[in-house]
Design a protein around this ligand. Structure first.
Ligand SMILES: [Ca+2]
Length: 210
């Protein structure tokens, strides 16, 4: 079972009426099983040790039972793995990007994600390379109509061809084609999603939020 709790730290008001610069404390746990990997959403402002930058080592320290963290390189279309406790050079955690968590055997991954949103941040992905990007969704995303699903994502993101969901249980992806006729899947704001570009156009997105 996923245990997802969104608590409001800074303003102390109900989440639905908060201003855009609120802080978050989200308990994101992942029960071992299936593919044992998950794409997760990060707070746009996230720096647990407060030193002004964040890298994959800091994520390992900030989590329990994380075996490794994976970054997607959109240019090459390859993944880069950082093993927690290993000796490879850590990679930088970038704002708005989703990273993949890898579990440690049968242990549940536990992450108390503390951070805040950056309402002025605009995603921008220039066409090229693999032409797909893994992105983080704001925890207080609020699309027009209030239904958080793939169709709403298509409506809000400029030049998006499709959005892809990761099914951790099966280890397979599910694609929703923007403008298509398949049933849109639900967007879980604590999970990362993959954007597919529309030809040579730049994808842009400034997320709506409460
Ligand atoms: Ca830091």
């Amino acid at each position: 079972m996923k245990k997802l709790v969104l608590l409001v730290l800074i303003l102390g008001l109900p989440a639905l009426v908060l201003a855009s610069n609120m802080g978050f404390k989200a308990q994101i746990n992942k029960t071992a099983g299936g593919s044992n990997v998950w794409w997760v959403s990060f707070p746009y402002f996230y720096d647990p040790n407060g030193d002004g930058s964040v890298n994959s080592t800091e994520v390992c320290t900030d989590t329990t039972n994380l075996a490794g963290i994976v970054a997607w390189n959109a240019s090459t279309g390859k993944m880069e793995t950082f093993t927690c406790g290993g000796f490879s050079t850590p990679f930088t955690i970038s704002k708005g990007v989703s990273y993949r968590f890898a579990g440690n055997g049968t242990a549940e991954i536990q992450w108390t994600a503390v951070g805040s949103h950056d309402p002025s941040f605009g995603h921008s992905y220039t066409a090229g390379g693999s032409n797909v990007w893994w992105v983080s969704v704001p925890y207080h995303w609020n699309p027009t109509g209030g239904v958080k699903n793939a169709a709403a994502m298509c409506s809000e993101v400029t030049n998006l061809a499709g959005v892809v969901d990761w099914n951790a249980a099966t280890g397979k992806t599910e694609t929703f084609t923007c403008g298509g006729f398949t049933t849109p899947f639900t967007i879980d704001v604590f999970s990362g999603y993959r954007f597919a570009g529309n030809g040579s156009a730049t994808i842009t997105w400034t997320p709506s939020h409460y």
